[in-house]
Design a protein around this ligand. Structure first.
Ligand SMILES: [Zn+2]
Length: 297
């Protein structure tokens, strides 16, 4: 479903002005209006940052797996059936997410299973998450990747990091939220195992960056740095550890209440680490005396 498809029509002369067509160094207007061209018009009601904008084009089919979820894949019945079976529990995860983090604000939560060349486990494009086909194993274990991408519906897509130096606000919160969802739908043992695997991964990253400690921080200085070169599990797992530490300090009920308020306050906004810390200190008085908030930098 993704963004809402509103029209399929012929191009209209002059409309390229809307997207700055006159500033191109070729005749965009003539190209736009070439005979036989079709314009597909989509509407997206919720604001999103540009990195969440994606296209998928292909020979696709779909299966309905829940009241707000269809799974899309290459139009091969066996692939669609396997995907529908793997993700049958999606609606239950969305409901648990809403219970923990507040209403699901994107209306649809569709899934698109991509060809094997897709280089990531998943990508949290709002309204339609992209997934690698390797998550379909036939035992519903792919749910964990879906839990992560779903968690982004609140942390990352609703509240977005202002720039890549604050990436932990997206991924640390999402790793925390993912594990809370996994804990409810797959059990405490599974969530605990994931925490253990994450901790080991974090230690390996600390070793990798031992001569470049900047990238073991949550908030990083990336001036002149290619973000891909310093991409690691640190923002995910250290971010998780930081939030989990606060949860254990103030207790789960208080932390859950704080999280809901944080999400409701900053939804559809981009923020930085300082904004989060100020909000934390204002809403959990005395926290700076109980937890070393300075570890973020
Ligand atoms: Zn993520």
């Amino acid at each position: 479903m993704a963004a809402q498809h509103v029209d399929r029509r012929a191009p209209i002369a002059g409309e390229t002005k809307m997207f700055g067509g006159e500033s191109f160094d070729f005749d965009y207007e003539s190209l736009w209006c070439t005979e036989g061209r079709i314009v597909e018009e989509f509407e997206m009601n919720q604001p999103v940052p540009p990195y969440l904008f994606a296209f998928a084009v292909g020979e696709l089919g779909s299966r309905e797996v829940g009241p707000r979820t269809k799974v899309y894949a290459e139009s091969v019945p066996a692939v669609l059936d396997a995907a529908a079976q793997e993700f049958a529990g999606t609606e239950e995860m969305i409901r648990q997410g809403e219970r923990l983090f507040g209403e699901y604000d994107w209306e649809r939560f569709d899934l698109l299973v991509l060809p094997p060349s897709f280089p990531y486990g998943g990508m949290e494009n709002p309204r339609m998450v992209f997934l690698t086909p390797t998550v379909i194993k036939g035992d519903a274990s792919g749910a964990q990747v879906v839990a992560h991408e779903l968690a982004h519906s609140w942390t990352g897509n609703l509240i977005t990091n202002k720039n890549n130096e604050h990436f932990w606000l997206n991924e640390g919160f999402t790793t925390y939220a993912e594990r809370r969802i996994v804990e409810v739908v797959q059990g405490e043992d599974r969530a605990a195992l994931n925490i253990g695997i994450g901790w080991r991964g974090l230690n390996e990253e600390m070793e990798r960056f031992k001569d470049n400690m900047e990238f073991t921080k949550l908030k990083t200085n990336q001036e002149g740095v290619d973000p891909d070169a310093v991409y690691s599990e640190v923002p995910y797992e250290k971010g998780f550890q930081f939030l989990w530490r606060i949860e254990r300090q103030i207790g789960r009920p208080a932390f859950d209440e704080f999280l809901k308020k944080y999400i409701a306050t900053f939804k559809f906004k981009s923020i930085d680490t300082e904004t989060f810390l100020d909000f934390l200190k204002a809403n959990v008085p005395g926290i700076e005396k109980q937890v070393r908030l300075g570890i973020v930098d």
